[in-house]
Structures are given as C-alpha cells and as structure tokens.
Design a protein around this ligand. Sequence first.
Ligand SMILES: Nc1ncnc2c1ncn2[C@@H]1O[C@H](COP(=O)(O)OP(=O)(O)OP(=O)(O)O)[C@@H](O)[C@H]1O
Ligand SMILES: [Mg+2]
Length: 285
Amino acid sequence: MSPELAQEATGRPTGDGTSLVHAVNVTKSFYGNQVLKGIDLDVHEGEVVCLLGPSGSGKTTFLRCINQLETINGGRIWVDGDLMGYEDRGGTLHRLADKKIAAQRREIGMVFQRFNLFPHMTALENVAEAPVHVKGVDKKTARAEARELLERVGLGERCDHYPAQLSGGQQQRVAIARALAMKPKLMLFDEPTSALDPELVGEVLEVMRELAEGGMTMIVVTHEIAFARDVADRVVFMDGGVVVEQGPPREVIAKPQHERTRAFLRRILAEQHESPEPSPDAINE
Ligand SMILES: Nc1ncnc2c1ncn2[C@@H]1O[C@H](COP(=O)(O)OP(=O)(O)OP(=O)(O)O)[C@@H](O)[C@H]1O
Ligand SMILES: [Mg+2]
C-alpha cells in the first residue's frame, strides 16, 4: 500500500502502511542548540531496531521525543497511527491535553539506564503498581500478571525481594517486567545495560532477546554491538542529530558505508575487545 493509500484507508498516516512508529523530519533544540536535525524513522510492527551513535548524537533525545517526554520543535511522530503529543487541525498542530498525552505514553514502555524502582516496594509491587494505579486493573489480577512477568524475566523466586536485595541485573529485569505490565505496543530501551557490572549484562540482554523473539516491537539504544548484530532486524547509526546510515546489521556493522560509522564502530569494538564479523578487515574496506 502506498503511503497515500495508507493514510486514506485509515485517516491516520502509517508510513508505508505497516509502520508502528513513523517519524518524519523530527527536530529538537535545547536553548538554540539543535540536537535533532530532521530524523526520519519507520519501525514496523515486530521489528527490532538498534540505535547506535556517539555520545551526544541525540539518541536519548529521540527516544524521549517518541515517548513525549520531550516536546518536538518540528516534524511529526506517529505511533500506531496516533500523532504523538498533538492534534492536527487543518494542518496546524495543537498540543494535546496532558491527560491525552499520558494515555499515549501508556502504550509505550521505556527502560532506562537507571532502573528507578520504588525502593520501598517489593519486585512484585513495583511491577503491579502501574496497572493498578494507572490502568485501574484490580489488585489480584495485577499481582498475578506481575508474578507471571517476573517469572518470564527469570525472577519468579524473587517476587518478594526489595530492590536493595537484588543485583543491578535483577533490578533491570524487574524494570523490564514493570514496563511490560502495561502491555505496551512498543518498547524503548535507552542503554539498559550500560550501568551494570559486566557480568550482569548478559542476563538482561537475554531477557531482551526473548522479548524480541516473542515479536515485541523494540527500539534499543545500545553500545552492545554483538547484541545489535544478533538481535536487531535493523541498525540505525546516528551522529550529530541525523541518521547517517541504516540497514541490516550485517551491512551496517560489518560493512559500514560512512567514515563516521566506521570510526564509531572501530572505537566501540576496540573498547569491547571484539572484532566485527566477518573479519576485522571488512570494516576498512
Ligand atoms: N534537557 C536538556 N537540556 C539541554 N541540552 C540537552 C538536554 N538533553 C540533552 N541535551 C543535549 O542534547 C545533545 C544530545 O543529547 P542526548 O542525551 O540525546 O545524546 P545521546 O546520543 O543519548 O548521548 P549518550 O550516548 O551520551 O547518552 C547533547 O549535546 C546534550 O547535551
Ligand atoms: Mg543517551
């Protein structure tokens, strides 16, 4: 279906008709400093997109714009056909009421570098809290679902532990379960493993891999190149507020087209003592 047809059929633009996320020419400035310089990105349902890029390139800002934690200065973002944060009245955008924005945000799960669990609540209570207080799910159902989710992230035995009694990796898995408890259409991850001790990274990535295999649509900002290579359907490399290149991991990671991508990957892979596949030379071709 052409974009025009997709729009005509639903009244709501969805890129090529199958995009869950459809971002067009998104710009964002902080105090005159333009951080996003026109980002276009489509993410299809069930797709896993890894967002790579150097520090300050705008990755977090872009995720926060999708989720309306930041307002955008230009462009538009649709999630599942909903224009995020705004209503389009005859071509003019009007900011939605906070309540409506909160409702849009509930459809999107976000996992941050720091897990920010409530310290005075057990793992189970942390996961059950939003469904009860935000969605009005009855307590018994929410607790049963929370238990299932904690089992799914390998923490069935830790339901009654408080965050302080859990390792960083376990806390991050609780945070993932907490986001999933709202039954989101889309999951955004912002460097979910970068605050963890190296030996705890794998268990969190494993949960994310399972989530991806289960068909969740995910945008993952990460420096874990091996994860991106193995799990992503597409890798998007950002630098200086623009998308420099994107494509299947085998292309972007193994044979990047742009010098900026090559330089970034060289640096990251050297830090991670990893060699790109299929051979280190591929990157210099
Ligand atoms: N609230 C803010 N106020 C002012 N400037 C900001 C704000 N948030 C981000 N910036 C600036 O926007 C730019 C992009 O930041 P952003 O956090 O999106 O980058 P990033 O790609 O996520 O980097 P990192 O890999 O370090 O997390 C940076 O120059 C940052 O200083
Ligand atoms: Mg960031």
